[in-house]
Structures are given as C-alpha cells and as structure tokens.
Design a protein around this ligand. Structure first.
Ligand code: C2E
Ligand code: MG
Ligand code: MG
Ligand code: MG
Length: 285
C-alpha cells in the first residue's frame, strides 16, 4: 500500500506520528535531504557586555526549518549525524553561511563578529585548518577576526596535541576560538595553557543554579578566576534573569549571553535588536 501512496505516505505518517515523535531523532537520510532542500537556517543570539551595554557579537545556532514539524532544534538532529560525513558537509554549510552573513552585515556598515559551533569530529579532521582557509578565501572581504569558532571543552581535550595544532593553524589565519560549555570537561591548567582560545564560555548549567547552589556559584567563580589568571576573556552562558547578571558582575564577569538578554533570532531581526538594546540599569550601576 505504501508503495502506491508514494510521496503522500511521508505526510500521512508524519501527521499521525507527529505528536508522539516530537523528540524522536531524525534519520541520516532525512537530514541529507534537508541539506539538499536548503531547509537548515541559522539563528543568532547576541553576546553582550552587561556593564558597557556593547554587543560584542552573535552566536550562530543551526535550526531545521522542517516542512511539517516546524523549527527543529539542533540537539534533535546533530547527535544522529555526529561522526558521519554529512556532519562535515553541514559544518561547512554553517561556516559558509556565517561568512556570507558577516559580509552582508558589513555591507550595511555593521561589523558584527559571528561565532560558529564546531563539532568534535569536525575539529579532529586533519584538513580542518585548510578548509577554514579555503572558506575564508571565498570571502576575501571578511576580516577573519570576525569569525570565532566555538569548540566544546570536552572535544578540545579529546586529542589535545592534534586539536591544539589545528587550533594554532586556524589562529594563524586570524580566526579566534572560544571554549564552549567550560566547566564540564575537567580541563587542567596545563590543557588551558596549550589551547589558543581567547574566550572561555562558562557552561549554562552552572550559571542557571548559581543563585541557589553554592557549589555551582563556586564553579562559576573558579572559572572566572582561571580565565583571569590566563588573561582570557570569560562569558557566562544561560543568563536568564537580571539577578544572574548582577551576581556575575559582582564576580567580575561582564560578558553574557542568555534568554534574559535575547533569545536566538533570525538574522533579519538582529540589526533592529541591537539598535534598541540597552543594558539593565542595575547592571550599569
Ligand atoms: P551551545 O553552543 O552551548 O549553545 C547554547 C544553547 O543554549 C543554544 O541552544 C541556546 O539557544 C541555548 N540558550 C541560550 N541562552 C539560554 C538561556 O538563557 N537558557 C537556556 N535554557 N538555554 C539558553 P540550541 O540552539 O538548542 O543549541 C544547542 C547546542 O547545539 C549548542 O549548544 C551547540 O552545542 C549545538 N549547536 C547549535 N548549532 C550548532 C552548529 O551549527 N554546529 C554544531 N556543531 N553544533 C551546534
Ligand atoms: Mg556554542
Ligand atoms: Mg555552550
Ligand atoms: Mg551546550
């Protein structure tokens, strides 16, 4: 029966199953098709300095604009393809799209750095730095400084000699790095010293509970101290309330990202958001 129904089968199946399978992971074939059909989009979340009110950049976050299911978040499809060739193609698409976006904003006299998430599998490819150089070469108008690559602390630790060599090669191209979800990977001081990452992103799980949980607050404070000791910048992820911002500022962390500042949004909304945003009074005080 299914054979005769052809394309409609997909739709029938999907509407019937939709509710039950909301969290069900997608198949690799569906994801490949989605890339061919250009169904992936990047949303952008602002990163700000809470004290000065300056927007320091935006983080690109992939979403799947699914014809039936709507906007599918990355953790519902990226884990399915991690370690597969298709994940590298999507990774390249993300960098290429971010460079195109930087270029487009630049032509509006709007210079905004974009950070892009890089998977562990992606950074461990022997040709990663060469691919970054090739992608930058297709956008000669873009200052490489405007591209920041976010590497999970855990994937940077995986094969630290190889990963740090790759990071150094990219760093030589002018590209910057951030260590994402920091605090979850038990980096030693020695590790941190070897990685050319100018920015450390405190994992949102610690930030979320820092106001109620003294241990989480101690981790946040420890990461800020570590960043200061190594002269790296530090940003808190998952800043959901004004009070989080106040506590972070008291600990000496001025940079922040989170729903309390802005949710990720389509690229078209970014210029207006930036021109309207002002830091909270209790942050500037
Ligand atoms: P991440 O890089 O740590 O990104 C932060 C995630 O936290 C985003 O979820 C963001 O929407 C969410 N977030 C931001 N502020 C808050 C907040 O205040 N509260 C809460 N509860 N959440 C907040 P998203 O977009 O669902 O992405 C999840 C993860 O998927 C990312 O974590 C990143 O590891 C991965 N990811 C996203 N886009 C890409 C991509 O293009 N390539 C790769 N390799 N991974 C990506
Ligand atoms: Mg990130
Ligand atoms: Mg993170
Ligand atoms: Mg994360």
């Amino acid at each position: 029966v299914a054979k005769h129904e052809g394309k409609n089968r997909y739709c029938l199946f999907d509407t019937v199953q939709e509710k039950a399978s909301k969290t069900q992971l997608e198949s690799i074939d569906d994801i490949r098709l989605a890339l061919e059909r250009r169904e992936f989009v990047l949303h952008y979340q602002p990163k700000v300095n809470m004290r000065t009110g300056v927007v320091i950049g935006v983080e690109a976050l992939i979403r799947w604009q699914h014809p039936v299911r709507g906007l599918v978040p990355p953790l519902e499809f990226l884990p399915v393809i991690e370690g597969q060739a298709i994940s590298l193609e999507i990774g390249e698409w993300v960098i290429h799209s971010a460079l195109t976006q930087i270029s487009q904003w630049q032509s509006m006299a709007f210079n905004l750095p974009i950070s892009v998430n890089i998977s562990g599998y992606q950074i461990q490819q022997g040709n990663f730095a060469t691919r970054i150089a090739a992608l930058l070469a297709t956008h000669p108008e873009v200052n490489p400084f405007c591209l920041e690559l976010e590497i999970l602390e855990t994937s940077a630790l995986h094969d630290i000699s190889k990963v740090s060599a790759t990071m150094n090669a990219c760093h030589d191209l002018g590209v910057r790095f951030a260590l994402d979800d920091f605090g979850t990977g038990y980096s030693s001081l020695t590790h941190l010293r070897r990685l050319p990452a100018q920015l450390i992103k405190i994992d949102q799980s610690f930030v979320r509970d820092m106001l109620e949980d003294a241990d989480d607050c101690a981790i946040v404070e420890g990461v800020i101290g570590l960043a200061n000791a190594f002269r790296r910048d530090v940003i808190a992820e998952g800043v959901e309330t004004i009070a989080h911002g106040v506590a972070l500022l008291q600990l000496g962390c001025e940079l922040a990202q989170g729903f309390g500042i802005a949710r990720p949004m389509p690229s078209g909304d970014i210029p207006e958001w930036i021109s309207n945003w002002v830091a909270n009074d209790s942050w500037r005080a």
